[in-house]
Design a binder for this molecule. Structure first.
Ligand code: NAD
Length: 492
């Protein structure tokens, strides 16, 4: 049963001074008080509005981006890099405002929002650096009859559709490589958290990104937007981060004009703890992989597999730590777990917990939501969860740790791979051979070994199976916005 007392169920309230910093940042974007309302998930309060663009306006924006893109494609690599470096500098200079803004509109704690500003800005710096890397090569035909020059050209106008969970990083992870490659973009942020994108794009223009090159479209009718824009012949590329069902719909639309497509979709990450793991590392790694971003991360640990010999100790200690996590507004002093994005998410956590317990799981801590404004759910640990419980089959997207037990390595691997998703996985073991062997056998694009936060701007983030297509970050990320051509030069 839950070990929480009524006293520990008090939520930390947002701090007025920190909210004022966020509100000043929102004010500075210069949007009007009409259109789509944006709410603070910690308080339910409306904090701003963004325009509700029609399909016709979205298509006009496509035209503007395309026009601006013609000059941009001809800008030197160094010229593009300089602009991206200047944007990076402005993001860092405004890091405090951006972190407050992210926390206010998305709910994550200020410390995590500051982490996102760093992570999100890193992509801009990384692609400023990648912009000037060689974009082609020279080779000889094996029979000596030709010289072959390969070159990479910008793929063209890219439509970027981002989710609400990392409002800055999901935008910069797409915009920065697109710009570095020489492409114009139309970016459609999630209507739940569009303000950060507007703020970051405003800074991009101040940094010297040509007017028109980045178009932001917010709309209450996403399906109408993608239905029209992805069929427009001026569009050459779509990059989407979001759920797998929406990704499938977009791939269908993209097939009409055979658009280059990158899809960063849902996950159902397994996290495996072997009995030779360093217990402290495994607990801290699990806490981070599970509770980071309130559990609302596509690479969040979804299924936790613990080897029999240590499972009792691990479960009890994880529950003890979860029960001590201070819950409250992201902008409240000392909050470690913020609200979920909306009330639907809270109802989903209740339903997942109920289903798991009905199917025999033991509730070690949490399992409840909070009354009053805001969308809060307690840090929750379930032990002895059965493999066909909803919490195991579905992407949780909330602060529930669902523990299953295993005895052998083969069993752990086959359970871990028993999902249509393949984004991230985690392995905890002090035996490097074992950790690497298991990592090799996991059907995922990303593996965290003895750590719970594997993302890095230098790494090629992305999934296999139904978690998606393409990679973001690293040298690979810019290739998503380039097309490879070759010139065959006859030799005598
Ligand atoms: P979602 O699929 O509901 O929405 C994502 C974005 O797509 C939003 O901007 C939304 O407005 C838009 N959208 C929805 N339907 C659309 C349509 N028909 N046409 C065009 N746009 C449309 O996902 P979400 O709830 O915002 O985000 C959570 C999901 O995103 C989770 O499944 C999570 O795993 C995934 N995610 C994946 C990654 C990754 O890198 N793989 C990163 C973050 C989140």
């Amino acid at each position: 049963m839950s070990q929480m007392t009524e006293a520990t169920r008090t939520l930390i309230a947002p701090d007025a001074a920190t909210m004022a910093i966020a509100d000043a940042a929102i004010e500075s974007i210069g949007l009007h008080d009409e259109g789509i309302a944006v709410a603070d998930p910690a308080t339910g309060e409306t904090i701003g509005h963004v325009p509700n663009r029609s399909v016709q306006t979205a298509l006009e924006f496509v035209g503007r981006a395309e026009t601006a893109g013609q000059a941009w494609a001809k800008t030197s690599a160094r010229g593009r890099a300089d602009v991206l470096h200047a944007w990076h500098e402005l993001l860092i200079r405004h890091r405090e405002q951006i972190a407050h803004l992210i926390s206010r509109e998305m709910g994550k704690t200020l410390a995590e929002a500051a982490g996102e500003v760093k992570y999100g800005s890193d992509f801009v710096r990384w692609y400023a650096e990648e912009a000037v890397r060689p974009a082609g090569d020279y080779r000889e035909a094996p029979d000596g009859g030709a010289s072959i020059l390969t070159r990479r050209a910008p793929v063209g106008l890219a439509v970027l559709i981002t989710p609400w969970n990392f409002p800055l990083a999901m935008a910069t992870r797409k915009i920065a490589p697109a710009l570095a490659a020489g492409c114009p973009v139309v970016v459609k942020p999630a209507t739940l958290t569009p303000l950060t994108t507007y703020y970051a794009v405003k800074l991009a223009v101040e940094a010297g990104v040509p007017e028109g090159l980045i178009q932001v479209v917010t709309t209450a009718d996403s399906a109408a937007f993608s239905g029209a824009v992805l069929r427009d012949p001026r569009v050459r590329k779509v990059s989407f981060t979001g759920s797998t069902p929406v990704g499938r719909q977009l791939l269908e639309l993209a097939s009409k004009n055979v658009l280059r497509s990158s899809m960063e979709l849902g996950g159902n990450a397994p996290l495996i703890v072997f009995d030779d793991a360093d217990m402290e590392r495994a607990l801290e790694g699990t806490l981070a992989a599970k509770l980071r971003n309130g559990g609302q991360s596509c690479i969040g640990a979804n299924r936790i597999y613990v080897q029999d010999g240590i499972a009792d100790e691990f479960g009890a200690e994880l529950a003890r730590r979860f029960a001590q996590v201070p819950v409250g507004a992201g902008l409240g002093a000392g909050s470690v777990l913020g609200p979920l994005i909306d009330d639907r998410a809270v109802r989903q956590m209740e339903s997942l917990t109920r289903n798991a317990v009905d199917m025999g799981a033991e509730l070690l801590t949490g399992g409840y939501s909070y009354d009053g404004p805001g969308h809060f759910f307690a840090p929750t640990v379930l032990d002895r969860v059965v493999a066909n419980a909803d919490v195991v089959r579905e992407e949780i997207f909330g602060p529930i740790a669902a523990i299953q037990r295993f005895s052998t390595e083969d069993e752990a691997v086959s359970q871990a791979n028993d999902t249509e998703f393949g984004l991230a996985g985690y392995v905890f073991s002090e035996n490097l051979d074992r950790a690497l062997n298991v990592a090799d056998r996991l059907e995922t694009g990303i593996v965290g070994i003895n750590q719970g936060v594997p993302s890095n701007a230098a790494a090629p983030f992305g999934g296999v199976k139904q978690s998606g297509l393409g990679r973001e970050g690293g040298a690979e990320g810019i290739e998503e916005y380039q097309s490879i051509r070759f010139y065959n030069i006859a030799r005598r």
